[in-house]
Ligand binder design. Structure first.
Ligand code: HEC
Ligand SMILES: [Cu+2]
Length: 301
């Protein structure tokens, strides 16, 4: 994650501001050190000059007032620079939860496409993230794409972003939310608009789930009380939607790379992998059963 490596105009403006702050702050720090040095080690003449009240008035009052006023005006102009269209091209609802992200894309027909922990966005189109939380305060932050914005229970915050460089950008919950907060990350995949449209059309088409042993075990073990897999009787909403789990790059809020082995480990030893997370461990499953469920889930695409 790198604030100074912007992948869109919003992050670009923040990077510009950051550079000005780093360079300006560095120069002022050097100046203060130099004045301090001369006040302590300089000749009698320069020490006498530096001990006058004028330094307090100029360096202590006038200079900070001028610099901070300039920065404020500059910051306001910079942040208000772009006029936004009334309606974004795409709206993605992101709900911060202890300790993962519920993601749902608003479809043109008003329905929703559910996912979790990974967000795909089309390049060059304005995306509005609708940020909420059902439990405690979280903060949505993808440094390469823009500034951070809190997700506050009972409130809806909106963040507009555009990506103009394809790539995978990692984000992180930036407001301490208890337990495994540090392990609550996400990925944003910025892809060419045409590819995005094709992906979305495919992702929201009805799924046909071939009956598999892993799928039956998944339902029999009760996973469906917390998880949804479209096209099956699993319709729980306490945990992430698993309908297309196998297509995601990462598991459990970017804790581990996606693979059948890691899914199996998470099912039986999730509390070692992500201590405190809200999914119970299923240690009573045999290795064979766990592997069957894991390979079934890894294949959901
Ligand atoms: C009591 C509710 C509950 C039950 C029952 C449950 N889970 Fe979960 N599951 C969760 C929660 C909550 C998370 C999110 C954990 C996190 O990342 O903090 C989760 C996460 C996961 C993930 C990672 C999803 C992702 O987006 O990366 C997988 C895979 C998973 N569960 C599989 C299963 C399987 C298989 C079963 C049945 C053996 C099961 N779960 C039963 C609540 C549950
Ligand atoms: Cu957090």
């Amino acid at each position: 994650m790198n604030v100074l490596d912007p992948a869109g105009p919003d992050a670009g403006r923040l990077a510009e501001l950051s550079w000005i702050l780093f360079i300006g702050g560095g120069a002022i720090f050097a100046l203060v050190l130099a004045i301090t040095f001369f006040a302590m080690q300089g000749s009698d003449r320069s020490r006498k000059r530096l001990s006058g009240n004028w330094l307090v008035w100029t360096g202590g009052i006038a200079f900070p007032v001028a610099v901070l006023t300039g920065l404020l005006v500059y910051g306001l102009l910079l942040m208000g620079a772009e006029s936004r269209p009334a309606e974004p091209d795409l709206r993605v609802h992101v709900e911060g939860r202890q300790w993962w992200w519920r993601v749902s894309y608003e479809e043109p027909d008003g329905s929703r496409l559910e996912s979790a922990n990974e967000i795909r966005i089309p390049l060059g189109r304005e995306v509005e993230f609708v940020l909420t939380s059902p439990d405690v305060i979280h903060s949505f932050w993808v440094p390469s794409l823009g500034g951070k914005l809190d997700m506050i229970p009972g409130r809806t915050n909106r963040l507009r972003l555009t990506a103009d460089r394809p790539g995978v950008y990692r984000g992180q919950c930036a407001e301490y939310c208890g337990g495994p907060h540090a392990l609550m990350a996400l990925e944003v995949i910025a892809m060419p608009a045409g590819e995005f449209d094709a992906w979305r059309a495919q992702a929201s088409s009805p799924v046909e789930n071939a009956p598999a042993r892993g799928g039956e075990l998944f339902l029999a073990t009760g996973c469906g009380s917390c998880h949804t897999v479209r096209g099956t009787s699993a319709a729980g909403t306490i945990g992430p939607d698993l309908s297309r789990l196998g297509e995601r790059r990462q598991l459990a809020a970017a804790r581990l790379p996606m693979s059948a082995e890691n899914i199996a480990r998470f099912i039986t030893h999730g509390q070692d992998i992500k201590p405190g997370n809200l999914m119970p461990e299923f240690r009573f499953l045999t290795a064979d059963e766990t592997a069957a469920i894991a390979s079934y889930l890894a294949e959901l695409k």
